[in-house]
Design a protein around this ligand. Sequence first.
Ligand SMILES: Cc1ncc(COP(=O)(O)O)c(C=O)c1O
Length: 386
Amino acid sequence: MKFETKAIRTQTETTQHREHSTPLFPTSSFVFNSAEQMQDLFSGEEKGNIYSRFSNPSVTEFEDKMAALEGVEKAMAMATGMAAVYASFMTFLKKGDHLIASRAIFGSTFNMLQKRLPDFGIECTFVDPLDMENWGDAVQANTKMLYLETPSNPGLTVIDLEAAGHFCKQHNLIYSVDNCFATPYIQNPAKYGADLVIHSATKFIDGQGRVMGGMVGGSAALIEQVYLFIRSTGASLSPFNAWVLSKSLETLAVRMDRHCENAMKLARALGEHPNVQKVNYPFLPTHPQYEIAKKQMRHGGGIVTFELKGNIDDGRKFLNKLKMLSLTANLGDARSIASHPASTTHLRVPQEERLLVGITDTLIRISVGLEHIDDIVADISQALGD
Ligand SMILES: Cc1ncc(COP(=O)(O)O)c(C=O)c1O
């Protein structure tokens, strides 16, 4: 089956009510027919649902669909994207282990690696994502994992997934990729050897800014370990959120086609605006990793960033002049969203560190929505002072 068909037709078995749309199973636990069945389910002799922290049919449907779309054997869903990122580290790393991470990663992930994991005896070396030739210098005898994000949030750095896969093979590392910005429709890291594929389902997978969710996918053996971690630590996905997310996946392909078409048109329009210094979009030929993006991505994605002419205050002024775009801490919504990382998410990050990952004082991030492109361009142009 093709991507779109899998996204629509992967579904929980129909119940006795013969419903057409997928059912929702809001139940904390499941009933056993006998003490013997209860024992068999707990011992693992019989497969089935016991308690919704372990598994639930609505959650399993979302996991099966995500696994099919990412081209991996299995997936484990979680309460948020950060719960998925955390589970990916804590399942596979222990005290005394070391990992290498791209410096261009989501701020909370960076904080977790820099501030939280060392408390558990897990150390991280951050590397320049584009200086792959020197990644080898960061490898130690206790290095277990490589973690990266492509395209990155918010710098839109694109990393060569195939080359990173060779690096991991050569050094025998678990290869882990946060695929949140691309979604499984645009790129499948497992095709290039990624062992773990991570998502914040809160973004394009929901697509309408309603629920939180996360996921880790990979081989059945690795995901069994993630399942055991979540089962005993508790960041499971709620059945309701799973149901929303699974329904959302039915329209992921058509939504992403439009997000990307609008993003490409916006990137081109911004490129011609006199008050714009620089536009960043993976499918613009001026993007420094354009060739890599073209090789591994179906489209350029739904996020465009640009630099205004001016200083940090001009970034704030631009946001205040917007009339339609939302100022909100999310992305991947049907509604277009604008943010100014230097004065918000990265306010406390020293300027030198911000610049290393391309977050200049006037960088604006647009999550390009599904409104008519003319209205999106018009609002941004008037805020730029056309
Ligand atoms: C690339 C990336 N990974 C992970 C996350 C965390 O996801 P959540 O907010 O669902 O915990 C985000 C959130 O913005 C993100 O952009």
